[in-house]
Each structure stands twice: as C-alpha cells, then as structure tokens.
Ligand binder design. Structure first.
Ligand code: G
Ligand code: G
Ligand code: MN
Length: 580
C-alpha cells in the first residue's frame, strides 16, 4: 500500500508515520505543502492520501477539489485530518470528496488501519457508481450497433451547431439511406443486415473528418452534420467522396452485396430550428428515394411546395376514392367510316375538390407510387363497363370501351381474375374491352408482366399498345406480345401539311403495324386534313379533338349522334367529289 501524507507539521507527520508503520508493506511519501502533495500525486500512483486540513499554502477543502480536478488515471481515496473536532468539518470534507475524517488526537494504529480500510472500500464503491453513471450516459447517446451517435444525440449536437443570427456560419446535413435494406435483411438474414449497417457506418466515418458528427438515426438511415463554409463546394466534395467510398461492394461472410444509396442534403445559413433542418433534409431524401438507383437530392425552396402538392394529392386520392367521387370522361374513337367504334375512358380529378385541382398525369403518378392506382384503376374500369352497358342498351351494340392500365396494375397477380369477374357481373364480353398499356410496362420484361398480359389476352381482352412512337417503340414488343392494336402517339402526327418527315413516318408505322395484323389507331387528330391523311394511309381508327374532346357520359349520346351525322355528310361530300 502506498500512502501520501500531506501535512506541514513535522511532529504530526512523525506520529502518523509511526502508526502507519505498524502495517506491513506500507510505503509512505511525505509532502509538507499542498503544492508538493499535488505534484507527487501526478507523478506517483497512491492508494490513499492522508490530508491535513490546515496547510500553509491552501485550505484542505480546496486541496480536495484540486485532487479531484486532476482527473488522475488512478484516483485514490482521501482521509482528511484535523486538530479540530468541529463536526461541520467532517460534513464539509465528505461533501468535497473525502472518504473519511479523523481528529488528529485520536489517531492510533488500529483507528488509522480501520479508517484506511473503510475509506478505500467507500472509494471503490463511489468510483464504481460514478463509472456506471458515465457509462449509461454514453450508452444513452450511442447507437449500440454502429457505435455512432444515436438520433437523440444527433439532435443535441445539431441544436448546439445551428447557425445563429450573429454568425455567418453554414451548417450542412446529409441523410444517407441504404436502398432496399429491407430486402437485404430478409434475403440474407439479420446478421448480415447488421454487418452491412456497421460497414456502411464505418465507410461514412472514414469520409467524415473529426469536425463532423455522424449518427445512425433510423434503422437504415445515417445522418452527417458538418460545417459548410464555402458554399456548395464543400458539400459537393463531401458527396463526391461519399459516393466513391459507398460505391464499392460490401463483403459480409462471403456474401458480396452491392447496394445503392439515396442521399438528401440541405445547407442552412440562417437561424432556424432543428426540426426545420431535419424536415428539409428529409424532404430532399424523400425526393432522392423516388429516383431509382444512386441518387442525391439537394433541398431547395420549391421542394416544399412540390411535396405539399403530393401530400394533398395523396390525401385527396384516399378521400375521393372512399367516396367514389372520381369522374370518368369518354373520348370517341372513330372507324374508317367515321362512326364511333369505341370510347376511351379517362379519369378526372373531382371538380370542386377541397384538395385543389390536379391533372391526371399528376395524380396518376402519385397513385402509382403509393399503390392507390389499383383502387383507382378498378373504379375507372367499373365505371367504363357500366357506361358501355348503358350505351349497348341504347342500341350501340358494337360499341367497345378502352381503359388505360398502369404498369403497376399489371403487377397485381389477381388483376385478370378481377377484371373478368367485373365483366361477368355486367354481362359484358371481354372482347368488347380494350386494355391500353404503355410501352414502359413492357420494358421490365419480367415474368409476372408477361404472364399477366398473356392471361389478359387469353381471357379475351383486346391488348392495345398506347403512346406508340414516343419512347422506345420497340419492334420486338410488337412481335413478342399478344398485341392486337397499336395507338400511334399524337407526336407522330404532322402538325402542318408540309411536314413530310412525320407524314412518311406515320404512313410507315401504319403499314408496319398492319403487316403484323394489328389494328392501328391514330391519336391527336385535331384538324380535318389530318383525319383525311390518316384515312388515306388506311389507319383503322382515329381519335382526337377534331372528332370530340373527352366528355362526360351524359354528353356521349349527342356526341355519337353528331359524329355520325358528320360522317354521313363527309360520305356525301366525297361521293360528290368523286362524281364531279
Ligand atoms: O386526358 P388525359 O389528360 O386524361 O390523360 C393524361 C394521361 O393520363 C394519359 O397518358 C392517359 O393515358 C392517362 N390516364 C387517363 N386516365 C387514366 C386511367 O384511368 N388510368 C391510367 N392508368 N391512366 C390514365
Ligand atoms: O396516353 P393516352 O392515349 O391515354 O392519352 C390520352 C390523352 O390525350 C388524354 O389526355 C386526352 O385528353 C388527350 N387527347 C385526346 N385527343 C387529343 C388531341 O386531339 N389533341 C391533344 N393535344 N390531346 C388529345
Ligand atoms: Mn390511352
């Protein structure tokens, strides 16, 4: 046992030394002032300090505080000694971190031995409690899997680092999300999933410098906080380094994983709240996630408005679907004779909706993201069948209806069964129903989509390829899928009579499609000469504002009547032209 005796009184020191020496194996160091004592403590490891209350250079309580402030690697117990027996001294000594108090006149061998023993035990206990409190504080701040900060600790550092009104500091936050993490977790097991997260955290940590704060704030989401002086440049550089390190395979127990990441970024330079910063970064991340593969999105003010629009669309979709309030309008498709051969059902956002007004391409895109397209598509299909059924009852026996199907709907395994069931209920043969599918639906060329298109064709539905001439216009799609009809997109229709390139392309597409036995519908016919041109090319059907805009069901009857009158008239005009 090594003892440090700090006392300026030589006689007292001798007495105490005598008492101590009766304990075998005790090594005693002496100091006659606070300064000497503190110096000894920093150099040598002691088991106990015997400290006189009254020292020439410092008051004993102050020395106690100084000893604790040294934060020694091997802290030790302290027994305070005094000539006074004042009880308040005892209280104070304990308060300031001593483990016991002895009146000098009672110091004898046994008493001292007992006091030292007790003080050391007490000190061990206190030290243990202190350490476990520190440990739990650290644990409360740490993400145990990755050893990075956790969400609440991240919020605390963010709060501390927010730019204030007085400084012109900029703070950047990156949110980094592992794409398809759920898939890896389920596919390879949680053990591998955990390892992946650890490695991702480690790689981001290597990119971050010691001024940055890195946290795991969600199961597969990391947040990085950095000071962003120098505008965009620092962010760009940081992103560049991040993408470079993350875009390398991860090896986990012989499993090689290549994953992509979505990153949302924001930089703030004015006083704002942590909630606002996190919201901005989250909006940017949300946007990045909507793009496939690696993607980075930086927050800008327009984003809030855009996300707000999407939120309103989502709410409106739920609300109006639950009340069957979406509207369906119909646009006639006329045959070579100018008669209405079929109608295309087109969905419209309800008028006077409390959520605002949205175009179909806007709300269909949102419905496709959150799967409500399945319900919306079913609603439109049901309405279209009912309308067709009524038209048939009014004498339009040959009439067909076209319904647009989203690629998302084609992935629904029960789609065909559902559509066939609805047709049965309304007593409509599937061959009176055209299903318009865009080419993007065929691009993935996955087994489920192929099987679904084959199943729909087999059930008797007429599969029509929509928007042909935009995007891919792949001939292999025409050959490999059971496509009975092709709708040539309006972008191929010449806008002026002297547009010879479009005229030739249109004529060729019509011939090519017909040569494989598909019906050709030309869309976007707005003027009489365009209608005539298509007729000359032998297009089977036409559709466009020239014949009619999309109209509600109640206007259909008169539109059909008028179209057919016009058709008769043009037959007369043609006959006269030929006769003259
Ligand atoms: O008129 P219009 O603006 O309706 O159409 C815009 C786009 O929305 C077109 O590409 C059209 O095919 C699509 N669309 C219109 N109605 C529906 C529908 O009921 N389902 C799907 N999937 N797409 C539709
Ligand atoms: O992609 P799809 O074929 O389903 O698109 C139908 C869309 O085409 C609807 O938005 C409809 O309003 C629009 N449309 C129909 N006829 C015309 C037309 O003559 N000119 C233009 N510009 N758009 C049309
Ligand atoms: Mn269409």
């Amino acid at each position: 046992m090594r003892v440090l005796l700090i006392d300026d009184d030589l006689v007292d020191r001798e007495t105490i030394k005598r008492a101590l020496k009766q304990q075998v194996g005790t090594i005693i160091e002496e100091a006659s002032s606070a300064g000497e004592g503190l110096a000894a403590l920093t150099n040598i490891k002691f088991d106990i300090v015997l400290l006189d209350y009254l020292l020439p250079d410092k008051d004993g309580l102050q020395v106690l505080s100084d000893i604790r402030a040294l934060k020694l690697a091997h802290p030790c117990a302290v027994i305070m000694m005094s000539n006074s027996e004042d009880n308040s001294l005892l209280e104070n000594a304990l308060e300031f971190g001593a483990q016991d108090f002895l009146a000098k006149d009672e110091i004898g061998h046994l008493k001292l031995k007992r006091s030292i023993h007790l003080a050391r035990k007490r000190f061990e206990l206190e030290y243990y409690v202190l350490k476990s409190v520190e440990h739990s504080k650290r644990v409360a701040k740490t993400d145990l899997l990755t050893n990075l900060l956790n969400r609440s600790a991240f919020e605390t550092v963010l709060e501390k680092n927010l730019p204030s009104a007085e400084t012109d500091a900029e703070v950047g936050v990156l949110l980094i999300d592992v794409d398809n993490f759920k898939f890896f977790n389920e596919c390879y097991g949680h053990e591998i999933g955990d390892q992946l997260l650890k490695q991702v955290g480690e790689r981001i940590r290597q990119v971050a410098d010691h001024n940055m704060h890195l946290a795991r704030i969600g199961s597969n989401e990391f947040a990085l906080l950095y000071k962003s002086a120098g505008g965009d440049i620092k962010t760009r550089k940081l992103l560049g380094r991040l993408l470079k390190t993350l875009d390398v395979s991860f090896f986990l127990d012989d499993v090689e994983i290549n994953c992509s990441f979505s990153i949302g970024s924001t930089v703030v330079n004015n006083a704002t709240s942590i909630q606002e910063v996190i919201k901005q970064a989250n909006l940017a991340l949300h946007k990045a996630k909507q793009q496939s593969g690696y993607s980075v999105f930086e927050f800008n003010e327009c984003l809030s408005a855009e996300i707000e629009t999407q939120r309103q669309i989502k709410e409106g979709l739920e609300y109006h679907l639950s009340k069957d309030e979406f509207q369906v309008v119909y646009q006639p498709i006329v045959n070579k004779k100018g008669e209405v051969a079929s109608i295309e059902a087109l969905v419209r956002w309800p008028q006077n909706s409390q959520f605002g007004f949205f175009r179909p391409d806007e709300f269909i895109a949102v419905a496709e993201q959150n799967q409500t397209i399945e319900r919306l598509g079913e609603f439109v299909f049901g309405q279209a069948l009912e309308t067709l059924s009524r038209l048939k009852q009014q004498g339009n026996a040959e009439m067909k209806v076209s319904v647009n199907l989203s690629p998302v709907q084609l992935n629904q395994w029960e789609l065909c069964v559902k559509l066939v069931g609805m047709c049965k209920r309304l007593n409509i043969e599937p061959n009176n129903v055209v299903l318009e599918i865009t080419e993007t639906a065929l691009l993935s060329n996955d087994f489920a989509t192929r099987r679904m298109i084959a199943e729909l064709a087999h059930a008797g539905f007429i599969v029509s390829l929509d928007d042909f001439g935009t995007g891919y216009s792949s001939i292999s799609h025409l050959i490999n899928f059971p496509i009975k009809q092709v709708k040539v997109d309006r972008s191929v229709v010449p806008a002026k009579p002297d547009d010879s390139r479009r005229t030739r392309v249109l004529s060729s597409i019509v011939k090519m499609c017909q040569s494989i036995g598909a019906m050709v519908v030309v869309e976007g016919i707005e003027e009489a000469w365009q209608a005539e041109l298509c007729r000359d090319f032998g297009a089977d059907k036409q559709q466009g504002y020239f014949f009619s805009r999309p109209v509600p069901e109640k206007e259909l009857f008169s539109v059909i009547e008028r179209t057919e009158k016009n058709a008769l008239k043009s037959v007369h005009v043609n006959a006269e032209r030929i006769a003259s």
